[in-house]
Design a protein around this ligand. Structure first.
Ligand code: AHM
Ligand code: MG
Length: 331
């Protein structure tokens, strides 16, 4: 039997190979993975424990209903990032603004900040479909030792030092990049460790899947409608693509990353905006997608080149295999 490589071992090994590494980023990634294990533990018994499913009765800054498990995952991540001392502040889809950890003595000299969507696709929880956690790590630009600022959190995706996601699915996986390829780790629940299962993930250059909430078809611009019509057309002996849509970005993204294809969440004619958040969903996924050989674009600009104006900014996104995204952009 081959020896298992745990996430911790892999992180330490990668740290040794990176000349300037100090171990801080490694410890930060480790803290996130521990928080993910706790979230996983509670999600997996969500149907059994009373008073854990359903809504909290409040809405977040974006006007969306907050689920009890959204709040739980948010609290766990903040707790672990705060106590570790490697993070000077966080921004979360579930918080109104960023949270500085400057008052915590152990965080005073931290140079990293973490942005996250604690539980993405949470409308799927009550029916036991896959959900996920998405995270994005930046170096602060304000001086170390001072409270972090709004500008620290509004850096373009190009500046990410690491990003990743955890998918709580038929098995739980953590996938991440530090800009040196993408690796995936499956949680072995018997030993409580994430173990390397998908090394150096490369997405197919072309795939047969398209993922979109097609119920919104009439709310899309004509060019997006034309692209969807292309996806389903069988003209000139072309085979229609297969529509696969869970409604949980992490799960839709993960499947397409491994199998090839495209995920789109376009602009809505009603709101003039996309739905997905640049800082918590689009940037981290775009970093991973590009590192795996794919592409991510808003329809006008590479996602990672967008200069953010707001923490909770929403953008349209076309993300996936190179050939599929190029085809979509040609419309
Ligand atoms: P959430 O972060 O509040 O869970 O919302 C984001 C989710 C994504 O996971 C998913 O891709 C999208 O919303 C689905 O939206 P829709 O129901 O409009 O298709
Ligand atoms: Mg989300």
């Amino acid at each position: 039997m081959e020896k298992l490589i745990t996430l911790d071992e892999f992180i330490i090994q990668s740290q040794k190979e990176a000349k300037e590494a100090t171990g801080e980023l490694s410890r930060l990634l480790r803290d996130i993975s521990v928080a993910a294990k706790i979230i996983n533990r509670d999600l997996s018994k969500a149907g059994l424990v009373e008073n854990i499913l359903g809504e909290t009765g409040t809405t977040n800054i974006q006007g969306e209903e907050v689920k009890k498990l959204d709040e739980f995952a948010n609290t766990i991540l903040i707790k672990y990032l705060k106590t570790s001392g490697e993070c000077c502040g966080i921004a979360s889809e579930e918080e109104d603004s960023f949270v500085s950890f400057h008052d915590e003595p152990q965080c005073k000299n931290a140079k990293y900040l973490v942005l996250f969507d604690p539980l993405d696709g949470s409308s799927n929880i009550d029916c036991n479909a896959s959900v996920g956690t998405i995270f994005s790590i930046y170096k602060r630009i304000s001086p170390i030792g001072t409270p972090c600022t709004h500008a620290d959190f509004l850096q373009s995706g190009e500046k990410q030092v690491a990003s990743g996601y955890v998918i709580y699915g038929s098995s739980t996986m953590l996938v991440y990049t530090t800009g040196n390829g993408v690796n995936g780790f499956t949680l072995d629940t018997a030993i409580g460790e994430f173990c390397l299962s998908h090394s150096n993930i490369k997405t197919p250059s072309k795939g047969k899947i398209y993922s979109v909430n097609q119920g919104n078809y009439h709310d899309f611009d004509q060019n997006v409608q034309d692209y969807i019509n292309y996806c389903i057309s069988s003209e000139d002996d072309k085979k229609p693509l297969s529509l696969r849509y869970i409604g949980s970005m992490v799960a839709d993204f993960h499947r397409n990353l491994l199998k090839g294809g495209i995920f789109i969440y376009p602009l809505s004619k009603k709101t003039g905006k996309g739905k997905l958040r640049l800082m918590y969903e689009c940037n981290p996924m775009a970093f991973i997608q590009e590192q795996a050989g794919g592409m991510a674009n808003s329809g006008e600009i590479r996602i990672l080149d967008i200069v953010p104006s707001k923490l909770h900014q929403r953008v349209p996104i076309f993300i996936g295999s190179k050939s599929n995204v190029e085809k979509a952009l040609s419309y």
